[in-house]
Design a protein around this ligand. Structure first.
Ligand SMILES: [Zn+2]
Length: 275
């Protein structure tokens, strides 16, 4: 069997039995089949039994093995005579299982269509910037504790990524409810991406040198820094602190946070993918 079909693929469904290698359409007179192949078929178009007089039309059928190794299509009634009821039932059950798996795979393919591409562009162009925005906001909070919660951050794109990964992992049998659930999830992910891109743009703009520079004087006062400047795109704050080596002296201690220098990526490609 395995030499004829992709039988090692447990979900493979044969839908064109007449076109399978070794299948002959006419069984020579007097030739008797030896047995049935363990894998049957579910034909896309009606096929006919090679054995009975009325050449029974059927969709679900069996391959009968002839003494020379060639195969002939066989309907249910003749199959029972070549083999036995329970073997025939088992083969048919296996075909039906493969059929369900196949239908599910088609549904899943449809539900996840285009999503790998969305994930790829999201991870390549956008998520690194979201991470950078959030870490810059965190560092500014660390530098200016009074500003906690006032920096805009971006979380939706990371969440959208998690959603995409989970949808792309779907396997197995999907009922109507599950399909609806996945479709809704797909929409939620796309909404999160659209909103997240706007959120990211706003957050990134607010963390660039100009707007931060504007707020520095107030922040420095609130958090008690004696000096606060910009050095290039870096925020530098400083205070005089006691010199650990000399009680009489103070040393100037500096802390810095680099601000965002990256451009917010052009989101058109990503938006085009989720239209
Ligand atoms: Zn027949």
């Amino acid at each position: 069997m395995s030499k004829h079909y992709a039988a090692d693929d447990d979900d493979f469904l044969i839908t064109d039995p007449e076109k399978q290698p070794g299948v002959i359409s006419e069984v020579p007179a007097g030739v008797k089949p030896l047995r049935l192949e363990p894998i049957g078929y579910r034909a896309n178009i009606e096929v006919r039994c090679a054995f009975c007089r009325n050449r029974q039309r059927h969709i679900y059928g069996f391959f009968a093995v002839l003494p020379d190794g060639s195969l002939a299509l066989c309907g249910n009634c003749c199959a029972v005579e070549i083999s036995d009821k329970s073997t025939v039932a088992k083969i048919k059950q296996d075909v039906k299982r493969r059929e369900i798996t196949n239908q599910n795979m088609i549904v899943i393919r449809e539900l996840t269509r285009g999503l790998p591409e969305v994930l790829k562009v999201l991870e390549r162009d956008v998520l690194p910037i979201e991470a950078q925005v959030n870490s810059t906001a965190k560092e500014l909070e660390w530098l200016f504790p009074s500003s906690r919660g006032t920096w805009k951050t971006s979380k939706k794109l990371g969440l959208a990524r998690g959603g995409l990964v989970s949808v792309l992992k779907i396997t197995g049998k999907l009922g109507e409810r599950d399909v609806e659930g996945v479709l809704e999830k797909r929409q939620r992910i796309f909404t999160a991406i659209r909103e997240g891109l706007q959120e990211l743009e706003v957050a990134a703009k607010a963390l660039r040198a100009e707007p931060v520079k504007h707020a520095l004087r107030t922040l420095a006062r609130r958090d008690g820094y004696e000096q606060v400047t910009m050095r290039g795109t870096e925020v530098v704050v400083g205070s005089w602190i006691p010199d650990p080596d000399d009680d009489e002296m103070e040393i100037f201690s500096e802390r810095t946070v680099p601000l965002l220098t990256v451009e917010v990526p052009d989101a058109r490609e990503l938006l085009g993918l989720i239209e």
